[in-house]
Design a protein around this ligand. Structure first.
Ligand SMILES: Cc1cc2nc3c(=O)[nH]c(=O)nc-3n(C[C@H](O)[C@H](O)[C@H](O)COP(=O)(O)O)c2cc1C
Length: 262
């Protein structure tokens, strides 16, 4: 089995690792130009952004080919998964993929402008992540064929949300979601930065660099917040963040995020 994953704070990597087999980082595959995968079972694990499949993952799926008998997708999220399954099925149709199994798993929500990380971390046990994960792992081991169903209400909420997000500025939808509309201008780096370069190493799209000892953001930010959440000095602030507390999945080391995204 091969599992491909995209992660900023380790939730999706922790899920990918629980399936055993081999796991591969999508950013690494993109950097290598590896898009063809063959195995009996192939899976893809990634976070939901804005009730949808992140554009970065869509781009990967557009180029990737999966030669397998069983294809599965697990989407991690923190609060509400909207009509993300429906979105993934649309992408699958457009890119010639045939998923046998699609599920979502609720974990800590990492979207700093909306959620306070301490509260997220403290309330994580209520989400019963281990229990849900055990059931998903058992499904995958059994090659179960099952696609999560989005309700009509999920579809209505998601459509309304996406319409509003499209029309709004980053500031207006700060509490929700936005990508690629100048988000890089909303980061500030405090004096406690010791130029360790971790922000640059965890950025999956090489959008952060150290220039003469100063952290500089390019304009390709995908909003994953890997730089902000993983800064060892906690020196990166995002405008509108609910607090200064940061999160990385407790089962994942910083080294693993660097290996995945650098
Ligand atoms: C840009 C962005 C948008 C997000 N949008 C949603 C969302 O719409 N619904 C939700 O429940 N969680 C949302 N989240 C939370 C993540 O999906 C969730 O925390 C995920 O498990 C993070 O995975 P990772 O640790 O592998 O990066 C968002 C997070 C980010 C950074």
């Amino acid at each position: 089995m091969k599992t491909l994953y995209f992660t900023a704070t380790g939730n999706s990597l922790s899920i990918a690792k629980s399936f055993g087999g081999e796991h591969y980082s999508i950013p690494q595959m993109i950097k290598e130009g590896t898009y063809d995968f063959t195995d009996m079972k192939i899976g893809i694990v990634f976070p939901i952004y804005g009730l949808s499949v992140p554009p970065y993952v869509i781009e990967f799926l557009t180029k990737a080919t999966f030669n397998c008998d069983y294809l599965f997708a697990i989407m991690t999220y923190g609060m509400y998964d909207g009509a993300s399954t429906n979105h993934l099925l649309t992408i699958a149709r457009q890119t010639g993929k045939n998923f046998n199994y699609i599920n979502t798993i609720k974990m800590v929500d990492t979207w700093l402008p909306r959620f306070e990380m301490k509260k997220q971390i403290d309330t994580a046990p209520k989400k019963q992540i281990e229990k849900h994960l055990a059931s998903i792992v058992s499904d995958i081991n059994d090659s179960k064929k099952w696609i999560q169903k989005d309700t009509m209400v999920d579809k209505l909420i998601t459509n309304k949300f996406l319409k509003a997000a499209k029309q709004a500025s980053y500031k207006e939808v700060l509490g929700s979601y936005i990508i690629g509309q100048g988000i890089e201008t909303f980061f500030t780096v405090e004096d406690s930065c010791n130029q360790c370069g971790t922000c640059s190493k965890v950025c999956p799209v090489n959008n952060v660099r150290l220039d003469h000892g100063k952290v500089q953001y390019g304009d390709q930010c995908i909003g994953c917040l890997a730089c902000t959440q993983n800064c060892p000095q906690n020196a990166i602030r995002l405008n509108g963040e609910k607090s200064k507390i940061r999160f990385r999945n407790p089962n994942i080391a910083l080294k693993e995020i660097i290996e995945a995204n650098n």
